[in-house]
Write a protein that binds this ligand. Structure first.
Ligand code: MV4
Length: 449
């Protein structure tokens, strides 16, 4: 039984987790940095513990400080949210050693899936389609060159410990390859302290489709359909939706089953996401698996009616899933826009500061997950995402109209936001017709300048 949860995060996701706990009758402990004394999560939790100065390294990324706060407050579990320590296998292991329930998968599963090259091989062995590529780790450019020749150009060189676009380079020719490999490897060594690389054929102009799964500790695994996350910029998603226009019911069924196989092959327990690249032809490939609750989880919650954070807590408490696959039906259409404190006119430069006045929309089919309020000062130390606006309607066209109407009502004074930019994306004929891939924003941006 989990009686008290420490939330090792901040911002809207911390608030989201506090709300789920409260509804379940579970006590909550917030941790906060000196920059977050006035943050909403600090105010909303039953208890709050200051864990250090503003920089994340000395607060939200400090395992010792977070574990200490857990022990001192007598919390029995930690929910890591996303980012920070959420996919850190050493942290999950530390929790286990301290008899604290980590609300997420086992440390060894996080570690195995965190190595993208190992994850790829695990999935291939389980019959999940992977992108043609190298089967073994590659440490030098010469070996890479031979692998690339066998795979066929264009190729992409990736860091085994990478993700989010770091330590990744494409090569269209042999001439280009050596340089690309070395640049990617240097970046990987700097970012992850590890130069283990692998190579894949480069899939051009795909969509990013990810499947939500839930897995309990009794071996039950279900999928909750997909999210189309193709609208992104520099590996930062901007708009996510469910279902995807690109999937037929047959393809959804097939990819969903592949996602379930993937989770089973990894020995996965808790909520997870299988990322796929989907070609226009309908061919799909496993890319990586995320072992955390994700920013865009609300679109899945709305089309399935399932509360993912509550399921995470139930699973971590050793309970069986509340749903079987037959209970899961996708209904209507949900879209999420991420509202960031940034200036799209200045290359999306972060725009922290004080919110002098604020009004957020509401009404039927509108959900706001945020941690901002009028008079709140957004600190400059953390992520620029300050709110998520999620809408639901019977179909995609109505959901787009509702989102535009809602974006039009948003007032956030005192800082710059991407709200008007989001509105423009939703106006774009290619977005409206669903004619998008992961290069959409880049192309739209080129047309604007
Ligand atoms: C790829 C790819 C094309 N082909 N792999 C981006 C981050 C990391 N998760 C893997 N990524 C990609 N891997 C092959 N073989 C294209 C990307 C990619 C991408 C993927 C999803 C969403 C946005 C993206 C933006 C640029 C590149």
């Amino acid at each position: 039984m989990i009686k008290k949860v420490l939330i090792a995060n901040r911002g809207e996701i911390a608030v989201r987790i506090i709300r789920a706990c409260r509804e379940m009758g579970i006590e909550t402990v917030a941790v906060y940095s000196q920059a977050d004394k006035e943050a909403l999560h600090t105010k909303l939790a039953d208890e709050a513990v200051c864990i250090g100065p503003a920089p994340s390294k000395e607060s939200y990324l400090s395992m010792e400080r977070i574990i200490s706060a857990t022990v001192v407050t007598g919390a029995d579990a930690i929910h890591p949210g996303f980012g920070f320590l959420s996919e850190n296998s050493r942290f999950a292991q530390l929790c286990q050693q301290c008899s604290i329930t980590f609300i997420g998968p086992d440390a060894d599963v996080i570690a195995r899936l965190g190595n993208k090259q190992e994850a790829r091989n695990t999935m291939a062995a389980a019959g999940v389609p992977v992108i043609p590529g190298s089967e073994e780790a590659i440490y030098d450019a010469q070996t890479g060159l031979e692998a690339a020749r066998a795979i066929g150009y264009p190729v992409i060189v990736k860091a085994a410990l990478g993700g989010g676009g770091k330590g990744m380079r494409t090569a269209y020719t042999e001439e280009e390859f050596i340089q690309s490999f070395q640049t990617a490897q240097q970046e990987a060594e700097k970012a992850f302290g590890d130069g283990t690389m692998y190579i894949e054929h480069f899939v051009e102009n795909p969509r990013h489709i990810e499947f939500q799964i839930l897995a309990d500790s009794f071996g039950h695994v279900i999928h909750l359909g997909e999210r189309d996350c193709s609208i992104q910029r520099n590996h930062q998603k901007m708009i996510e939706e469910s279902p995807s226009l690109a999937l037929t019911d047959e393809l959804r069924e097939e990819m969903g089953q592949a996602a379930v196989r993937a989770a089973k092959a990894a020995g996965y327990v808790n909520a997870g996401t299988i990322e796929f690249l989907l070609e226009a032809s309908g061919r799909y490939y496993f890319m990586e698996m995320n072992t955390r609750i994700q920013v865009e989880h609300p679109v899945t919650e709305w089309v399935t009616g399932i509360d993912l954070v509550k399921e995470q807590i139930r699973i971590a408490s050793g309970k069986k899933l509340s749903y079987e696959q037959e209970d899961v039906h996708l209904s209507g259409h949900a879209i999420e826009c991420r509202i960031n404190a940034e200036d799209p006119k200045k290359d999306f430069r972060p725009s922290p500061g004080t919110i002098t006045d604020m009004y957020l929309p509401g009404g039927k089919g509108i959900r706001i997950d945020s941690a901002i309020y009028s008079g709140y000062t957004i600190p400059p130390y953390y992520d620029s995402m300050v709110a998520k606006l999620i809408v639901w309607a019977k179909n995609r066209g109505e959901a787009i109209n509702k989102m535009q109407s809602a974006l039009g009502e948003v007032i956030i004074e005192g800082i710059d936001t991407n709200v008007d930019y989001q509105y423009e994306i939703l106006n774009h004929p290619d977005y409206r017709s669903g004619n998008v891939d992961i290069g959409f924003i880049e192309k739209m941006q080129r047309c604007m300048v």
